[in-house]
Write a new protein. Structure first.
Length: 208
């Protein structure tokens, strides 16, 4: 028994639940007690879904989005505009843009943005694979849909310089960014669908 909880098992479960981002200990305790009230089969199904997710999830070999297969449904769809790539920081941004219904191209998930203070450099994001896609595929436009922060702007400029040096891209490839309807300092996942959708439609050419 601990000073805070009447059971070590309960304390351990709360610790694990509270390790999730945005979950405080009071919320963690409420969630754990809710699970405790469920029948054993329900709790096993709950826990099993996360174990199965961790063991069996795939990352798309083309865009690095999560998928049940080697190629995600977006990359494998014949309905998408395959000459248009939207570059985003993370998987949540893909979901946010898809919810707007205003974009019909492909994606490229960087898996992070350049942040020297956090020890994240160009080699720590999926920049090389993006450059390879531009070199190998018939792409007419790349939308750099990164956060409007110092780190996001740094990453945008870095990618712009690299993409414009791929073959004869300076003459044929258009590089654009979201219209500034997205507030400075905002992540895409916290931007409402209407604003984000308009920012995609009204995107502007990026000139570095």
């Amino acid at each position: 028994m601990t000073d805070e909880y009447p059971s070590i098992l309960l304390s351990n479960a709360v610790d694990q639940m509270a390790s999730l981002p945005g979950v405080g200990r009071k919320t963690a305790l409420r969630l754990v007690l809710s699970l405790l009230r469920r029948d054993e089969q329900s709790v096993e199904a709950f826990a099993g879904s996360f174990i199965k997710l961790k063991k069996e999830i795939h990352y798309c070999k083309q865009c690095h989005n999560i998928s049940d297969r080697d190629l995600c449904p977006i990359c494998s769809s014949a309905r998408r505009d395959r000459q248009l790539i939207c570059v985003v920081e993370n998987i949540r941004d893909v979901m946010s843009i898809e919810q707007t219904g205003q974009y019909n191209g492909l994606y490229h998930v960087l898996g992070g943005i350049i942040s020297p203070l956090d020890g994240i450099g160009p080699k720590d994001i999926e920049a090389d694979s993006l450059v390879n896609r531009i070199a190998e595929e018939d792409i007419r436009e790349v939308i750099l849909a990164l956060p409007t922060t110092m780190e996001g702007d740094t990453t945008t400029f870095y990618l712009y310089r690299r993409l414009m040096s791929v073959g004869d891209n300076a003459d044929k490839l258009k590089i654009s960014q979201l219209a500034r309807g997205v507030a400075i300092g905002n992540d895409l996942e916290f931007t409402d669908e209407l604003t984000l959708g308009r920012s995609i439609i009204n995107r502007t050419e990026y000139t570095g």
